[in-house]
Design a binder for this molecule. Structure first.
Ligand SMILES: Cc1cc2nc3c(=O)[nH]c(=O)nc-3n(C[C@H](O)[C@H](O)[C@H](O)COP(=O)(O)OP(=O)(O)OC[C@H]3O[C@@H](n4cnc5c(N)ncnc54)[C@H](O)[C@@H]3O)c2cc1C
Length: 394
C-alpha cells in the first residue's frame, strides 16, 4: 500500500509531491498517477503551443517550497548553449520558460518523482475498509492512506456553442488546447479566437510563421494587467477576509471578479501592437454567432457586427478552459458515495488544510473556494502544497 497517492501529475500534483518529499516522506511512499508518460506533460505541451518565452508569474512562483530556489538555480547552472533569452524579465523577475522547465526537471529528478509516476488514469474512488482508499485506475486498483486530488482543468478546453459541431478529427477548427497536434500554419488563412494571453501569444507566434496576416478575433478591447489577479490575494491582506465569508456563492463571485480573465501583461500588448503596425496581425473586435462549412472545407464565420461572413480555412480557438469541476463522472460518484461536501457549483468545500474528508486533500481548481482567485496558478500550487505539508505533520 502507498502512503500517498497523487492523482494528476501537472504543476499542482508535482508541487505537492515535492513538498511532501521536503517534509521527509520517502519517495517510495508517494505514487503519482497521470495518463501521460512524464510529469508536467500537459504544462510542457500547452506552454510550447502558445510560443511563450516567459512565464507571466514572478520568479518566486515555482515548484520548490523555498521562494528563492529558482533564483539560486539560475545563478548556479551553466548557461545553456545557444540561449536566446535572459533568465528573468524585469521588473517582476518573470522566469524564462526554458529556465522554469529546467528547474522543474531538476526538482523532479532530485526528489525521484520521475520514478514514482504511474501512467494511468483514475476512474473510481472508494473506501471499502478504513483507513485506506481504493482508487480504480486504467491499470487496476491502487490503495493508499492519503490522496491528493490534483486533476486540474487542463483536460477541459472551453468550446463555445457555435463551435461544437466542428469538434471532430480533421476539422478546420481546433482548440489550441486539443490533445491532438495542431497542423502547420504557414500557408493557411488563420483566425485565432480569444482575447486573453494564450490567444494573443499564439497569434503573435503564428504571425511569424504565416505568409498571410493572422486575424485575431476578440470580443472585448485589450485588457492589460501584469498578473492573473492582484498579488494581495496571495497573502493575509485579502485572504483573511475571504476566509471569513461563509457564503460560498459570494466567495465564487469574489473569485470571478478578482481574476483578470482575458488580460495580458504590457510586454505582450506591446508585441501585439508591433504585429498590428507591421500588418502581421489584423485585429477584429466582434463576436462569432455561428459558423458553416463550405464544400472546399473552408469556414464561414458569422459575426455580430458584420453583415458579410468571414471566410477562412483554419480557426484556432484560444477560449480557455471550461468552468466545470475537474474530475467528471468518477468523482461525481465518489462524492455521492463518500458523502463529500460540495457547493452548489459542485466544487469541494474543504477545511483550511484543504482536507475534503479525513485522508483526501485537494489542490488547483478543486481548492479554489478555500484558496481564492490564485488557486489555479503556480502560486496556488505553492499555497496548497504548504497546507497539505503542514497537515501531513499531524
Ligand atoms: C499556456 C499557459 C501558460 C500558463 N502560464 C502560467 C504562469 O506563467 N504562471 C502561473 O502561475 N500560471 C500559469 N498558467 C496557469 C496554471 O499554472 C497552469 O494551467 C497549470 O499547468 C495548471 O496545473 P494543474 O496541475 O492544475 O493542471 P494540469 O496541467 O491540467 O494537470 C493536471 C494533470 O492531471 C491529469 N489528470 C486529469 N484527470 C486525471 C485522472 N482521472 N487520473 C489521472 N490523471 C488525471 C491530466 O491529464 C493532467 O496531466 C498557465 C496556463 C497555461 C495554459
Amino acid at each position: 500500500m502507498d502512503k500517498w497517492l497523487v492523482i494528476g501529475g501537472g504543476i499542482h500534483g508535482t508541487c505537492s509531491a515535492i513538498a511532501l518529499r521536503e517534509e521527509g516522506v520517502a519517495a517510495a511512499d508517494i505514487t503519482i498517477i497521470d495518463p501521460h508518460h512524464h510529469l508536467l506533460a500537459r504544462w510542457q505541451q500547452y506552454t510550447q503551443r502558445t510560443g511563450m518565452s516567459y512565464l507571466r508569474s514572478p520568479g518566486v512562483h515555482h515548484l520548490h517550497p523555498d521562494p528563492l530556489h529558482l533564483h539560486r538555480f539560475a545563478l548556479q547552472r551553466p548557461q545553456p548553449e545557444g540561449a536566446h533569452h535572459q533568465d528573468f524579465m524585469l521588473p517582476h523577475y518573470r522566469p524564462s520558460l526554458e529556465l522554469f522547465r529546467a528547474h522543474c526537471e531538476a526538482l523532479i529528478h532530485e526528489y525521484q518523482l520521475d520514478q514514482r509516476l504511474l501512467s494511468a488514469r483514475a476512474e473510481g474512488l472508494s473506501r471499502p475498509s478504513l483507513p485506506q482508499f481504493t482508487v480504480e485506475t486504467s491499470l487496476g486498483p491502487l490503495h493508499a492512506r492519503y490522496l491528493i486530488l490534483a486533476m486540474g482543468a487542463g483536460e477541459q478546453p472551453h468550446w463555445p456553442d457555435w463551435a461544437k459541431p466542428f469538434k471532430r478529427k480533421d476539422s478546420p477548427l481546433q482548440h489550441l488546447y486539443d490533445p491532438n497536434p495542431l497542423p502547420t500554419l504557414q500557408e493557411k488563412h488563420l483566425v485565432v479566437v480569444g482575447g486573453g494571453l494564450s490567444a494573443i501569444q499564439f497569434a503573435i507566434t503564428a504571425s511569424k510563421q504565416s505568409s498571410s496576416p493572422v486575424m485575431l478575433l476578440m470580443r472585448h478591447s485589450l485588457r492589460i494587467h501584469a498578473f492573473d489577479s492582484d498579488p494581495g490575494w496571495l497573502g493575509p491582506k485579502k485572504l483573511n477576509n475571504f476566509r471569513q465569508i461563509r457564503d460560498f456563492s459570494l466567495r465564487r463571485r469574489l473569485i470571478d471578479k478578482a481574476r483578470h480573465r482575458g488580460s495580458v501583461p504590457l510586454d505582450i500588448a506591446r508585441q501585439l501592437w508591433r504585429a498590428l503596425r507591421e500588418e502581421r496581425i489584423q485585429l477584429i473586435h466582434d463576436q462569432i454567432t455561428g459558423a458553416t462549412l463550405n464544400r472546399n472545407q473552408s469556414l464561414r464565420l458569422y459575426l455580430n457586427k458584420r453583415a458579410d461572413p468571414l471566410i477562412t480555412d483554419r480557426v484556432v480557438l484560444a477560449t480557455g478552459f471550461g468552468r466545470q469541476r475537474p474530475g467528471g463522472k468518477w468523482l461525481e460518484k465518489a462524492i455521492a458515495e463518500l458523502g463529500l461536501p460540495v457547493h452548489t457549483d459542485n466544487y469541494p468545500l474543504v477545511d483550511s488544510h484543504l482536507r475534503w474528508t479525513e485522508g483526501i486533500f485537494v489542490t488547483g481548481p478543486l481548492a479554489e473556494l478555500e484558496l481564492g482567485p490564485a488557486a489555479r496558478n503556480i502560486a496556488g500550487a505553492r499555497m496548497a502544497a504548504a497546507r497539505i505539508r503542514a497537515a501531513s505533520r499531524v
